[in-house]
Design a protein around this ligand. Structure first.
Ligand code: ASP
Length: 474
């Protein structure tokens, strides 16, 4: 797993030099540095830090990509913990990484859903695969919220919260909460929400990355392609197939910088967590994370039941996607990697993967739904609002719908929580109570979201005899 490369004294010296000097400059920056933003020293210490990482990953050891990513996360966590806010200057490296994969998401979803749907061939098969996929998505989401509600009712993370802590949280975060509330479209009726899935202009849907609209258009186009004469549809399908492959190739290249990107992202995230705030929300945070872990253990069991793939083999197969999801907090940005691991490691056919996964990244969010369940009960408990069984069922229903409408991007789950709170009459300002730990929980819930998508792909493939298929190309 981790092989030491042949000893080279110059590399070791350079590594020791860059590591120690960058640590020194982070821990004890010269006094005058504070006055000059982006001073030479700041650039120097960041460059030295990445040089040290580069040497570690490629010149000192020989290790597979997922080990590098894991190590990048761990080291990023340490850097954030010890260097605090100082590491925020390396965040652009992480942002560049996320943007590079985000760049291909819209064309990838369009191309893969068009070719995926068209390759299903006949309408009967489409209906079968489509309904299996949607059934899994709805069922798994409902199970996830139920687990969240069960845990929150059992452990009661919000009862008996110190009124002083409550007042402090509300005071510190009400400004940010207000900003978030302002952008939630709470005025849309359910009918309008559904009508909104139909794009008036698919090109503006693509340009605005309105994913549900893009999905609608792509699936419809895919179906239409199977209904027109073969000689007309063939070139279109070949075009989108080529576009799809090109997008995946970009991922293969970009993923090489993932260890550095996740290092920067995790360092920045950990550097900006307030430990004291985390402690005051510890019970809520732990209940949510326990629930999310229960899901992570549930998926391999379901996968094994349907496909016979051993638990560890499944987890090992999706590991890379989970690591990227954890560090980017975006199932959209992780989608290309999820597709890659499902086809390459879990041997899901391209036909199934390219239909199930782009859809799942947008509509299937078990982690988000579970979190919304726990968060609603937590806020209600803090405010002393009893939630009867009717209210809890309303939460199951609205959180399922809200998680479908949640965009696959960081922090959106919290915005959609507002809709859930509104339905059951919980004060919306309550989101100020949980804002402080949202970034952390987002990392865990996105990991669950992505694992659930991969589970769906394996199950659908297994029941369609589309598993164990070697990807055609590299
Ligand atoms: N970040 C999540 C995702 O991309 C959505 C959320 O829960 O905020 O899957």
């Amino acid at each position: 797993m981790l092989k030491i490369r042949p000893f080279n004294i110059r590399i070791y010296l350079l590594f020791a030099f860059s590591t120690s000097l960058s640590i020194l400059l982070y821990l004890q920056p010269p006094d005058w540095m504070a006055a000059i933003p982006w001073s030479g020293v700041q650039v120097l210490r960041a460059v030295l830090l990445f040089l040290a990482l580069y040497l570690l990953f490629t010149r000192l050891f020989d290790m597979p990509l997922h080990t590098k990513i894991l190590l990048g996360m761990l080291l990023g966590g340490l850097a954030g913990f010890f260097f605090h806010g100082a590491v925020s200057e390396i965040k652009p490296v992480g942002t560049a990484f996320i943007r590079l994969i985000q760049m291909i998401v819209v064309p990838l979803v369009l191309a893969s859903l068009i070719t995926g749907t068209a390759s299903l061939g006949d309408i009967k098969k489409m209906k079968r695969i489509g309904s299996k996929t949607l059934m899994y998505y709805l069922a798994s989401t409902a199970i996830a919220i139920t687990i969240g509600l069960f845990l929150a009712n059992l452990i009661q993370p919000g009862s008996g919260m110190d009124p002083e802590v409550q007042a402090r949280l509300l005071e510190n975060y009400s400004g940010q909460a207000g900003e978030k509330l302002a952008v939630v479209p709470t005025h849309l009726s359910p009918v309008e929400t559904f009508l909104n899935i139909i794009p008036k202009n698919p090109f503006s849907a693509l340009a605005g990355a309105s994913m549900l609209q893009v999905i609608f258009f792509a699936i419809f186009t895919g179906i239409a392609l199977t209904l027109i004469p073969r000689e007309k549809s063939a070139p279109v399908i070949t075009f989108f197939d080529g576009l799809n492959d090109a997008m995946i190739k970009i991922v293969v290249v970009v993923i090489e910088i993932a260890p550095y990107g996740v290092f920067a992202l995790i360092a920045d995230a950990v550097g900006s967590f307030g430990i004291d705030i985390l402690l005051s929300l510890l019970k809520y945070t732990i209940v949510t994370i326990i629930g999310l872990f229960m899901m992570i253990f549930l998926y391999p069991i379901v996968v094994r039941m349907f496909s016979g793939i051993p638990y560890m083999e499944f987890l090992r197969g999706v590991r890379e996607a989970q690591l990227i999801a954890f560090s980017t907090s975006s199932s959209g940005a992780t989608l290309p990697v999820t597709m890659e691991v499902c086809e390459k490691n879990l041997k899901v056919s391209n036909q199934v993967a390219s239909f199930v996964l782009p859809l799942g990244a947008t509509v299937n969010m078990d982690g988000t739904a579970l979190y919304q369940g726990v968060a609603s009960v937590f806020i209600a408990q803090v405010y002393g609002i009893p939630l009867d069984i009717g209210a809890q069922l309303t939460i199951v229903l609205t959180a399922t719908l809200a998680s479908i409408g949640t965009a696959a991007a960081p922090g959106v789950g919290m915005l959609m929580l507002v809709i859930v709170l509104q339905q059951v009459g919980i004060p919306l300002e309550g989101i100020a109570l949980i804002l402080a730990v949202d970034r952390l929980l987002d990392m865990f819930r996105t990991t669950v979201n992505v694992t659930s998508d991969a589970t769906a792909a394996v199950i659908v493939a297994a029941t369609e005899n589309q598993l164990g298929i070697e990807p055609e190309k590299d």
